[in-house]
Design a protein around this ligand. Structure first.
Ligand code: ATP
Ligand code: MG
Length: 422
């Protein structure tokens, strides 16, 4: 036998047994965003490498070590998108969607990061993201958070996620804070781990993100970002908190929350779960008022979030929220000379007459017993049986696969009967 070829490590197939849950999650998300009047945008999966290094920041984990970057046949450096915001901003600028306009957009699709694969962390994963352009108040920040809170309720996971919130202020405020933080960290150079030492000079705010407990302890004494916030950012944050309080959304202010990507300012937030172990962030977002200009557009306020779909699906599985609609309602069983064609014809007629009805035809013959077993495996609730006699009399047998009873009825009436299954 020829040697089997395997999928790339960290890149998974979504199998038929898993896709109904994925469809449920994706379908619920789409319903929720459209309830707020947002529109879908679809961007290419590959972009110029520059786009990401400029947008995300040279000294971030993503750009430093996680991107899938390669030269194409022309020698241009391309990158498989590690996230959606940069491409969305690029598309908005390039197509003239942003200048002096409001846009409420969403996207979904695969992202690629060369990380160490583990539960909840993959090399190809899927994000759903929302980006809003042209609005600078805390109202829209609050709407995005309310939208995510609604989604958790619709998915039934709202009791298992909590919201962390912070303001990281203006670029200038952060620059001042950065100086104070570096001065503080310099006192502890001896005890910092290599990662923190490196970040201390390249991206010191990321030191606040460390998972190293000993360093977290030291950081308790560090200067606080909130003491460096500019007045406008403080007001923006107070406005957001007030709106969330009014909406009844609980949150914890986490002063250490800075987020991994460089482009954020003011509001940052994360939804975190304890149900998934180490990979606990299911959704992260914030404001990025400087990014449009940084990527060559006119200054435009912007705010957005992205959530990891694998982590949501995993959560639903962990919480046993996997009850999804079966893929088949009706299974068409045929027996005898020339019945197959009649079966396919009746199935077509039913698809026409009962929109939404899922009819699967049996192929390959075999005993009734075998066919009913297939019907069961397919998850059908009803089997339709066509033999030569039924066809001759324009009848069909309707067999309830749960209760077992069966009745014979005219083919002309069966559509009305099956419509009850929808
Ligand atoms: P983490 O701290 O878990 O690495 P991140 O800050 O790198 O997350 P973002 O860039 O904010 O993540 O992406 C938003 C969301 O996408 C995350 O909250 C997570 O749910 C999901 N995500 C990010 N990286 C991965 C990955 N490698 N595999 C699966 N999901 C991911
Ligand atoms: Mg990461």
């Amino acid at each position: 036998m020829a040697k089997q070829i395997q999928a790339i490590r960290g890149m998974n197939d979504c199998l038929p047994s898993q896709s109904p849950l994925w469809q449920k999650v994706e379908g619920t998300i789409k319903q929720v965003v459209s309830a707020y009047g947002y529109s879908e945008v679809r961007m290419p999966i590959v972009e110029s490498t520059h786009l990401f290094s400029r947008a995300i920041g040279e000294v971030t984990d993503v750009v430093e070590k996680e991107m899938y970057t390669f030269d194409d046949r022309n020698g241009d450096s391309l990158t498989l998108r590690p996230e959606g915001t940069a491409g969305c901003v690029r598309a908005g600028i390039q197509n003239g969607l942003l200048y002096n306009q409001e846009q409420r957009l969403w996207y979904a699709g695969p992202m690629f990061r060369h990380e160490r694969p583990q539960k909840g962390r993959y090399r190809q994963f899927h994000q759903f993201g929302v980006e809003v352009f042209g609005l600078n108040g805390p109202d829209v920040d609050a709407e995005l958070i309310m939208m995510t809170a609604r989604l958790w309720r619709e998915l039934g996971i709202d009791k298992h996620v909590r919201l962390e919130l912070n303001s990281i202020g203006s670029l200038e405020a952060r620059a001042n804070y950065r100086q104070a933080l570096v001065a503080f960290l310099e006192q502890y150079v001896e005890v910092l781990d290599d990662d923190c030492k490196r970040r201390m000079h390249t991206n010191p705010l990321r030191v606040l993100d460390t998972k190293n407990m000993a360093i977290q302890e030291i950081l308790r004494g560090a200067p606080k970002l909130s003491d460096y916030l500019d007045e406008e950012s403080k007001q923006h944050f107070a406005g957001l908190c007030e709106l969330l309080d009014a909406a009844g959304i609980e949150y914890q202010v986490n002063e250490r929350l800075v987020r991994g990507l460089d482009y954020y300012n003011r509001t940052v937030f994360e939804w975190i779960t304890e149900s998934l172990g180490a990979q606990g962030t299911v959704c992260g977002g914030g404001r990025y008022d400087g990014l449009v200009e940084q990527l060559g557009g006119k200054a435009t306020p912007a705010v957005g979030f992205a959530m990891g779909l694998e982590r949501l699906v995993l959560m639903m599985e962990t919480l046993a929220l996997t009850d999804v609609r079966r893929p088949v309602d009706v299974y068409m069983v045929t027996a005898g000379e020339g019945t197959m064609m009649a079966g396919m014809k009746l199935a077509e007629q039913l698809r026409e007459e009962v929109p939404g009805l899922r009819v699967m035809s049996h192929f390959g013959g075999g005993s009734f017993k075998k066919q009913f077993k297939r019907a069961d495996n397919a998850g059908a609730v009803v089997a339709l049986v066509l033999g030569e006699n039924e066809i001759a009399e324009n009848n069909v047998v309707v067999k309830d696969l749960r209760g077992g009873e069966q009745i014979t009825m005219s083919q002309d009436e069966v559509a009305a009967k099956l419509a009850e299954l929808i």
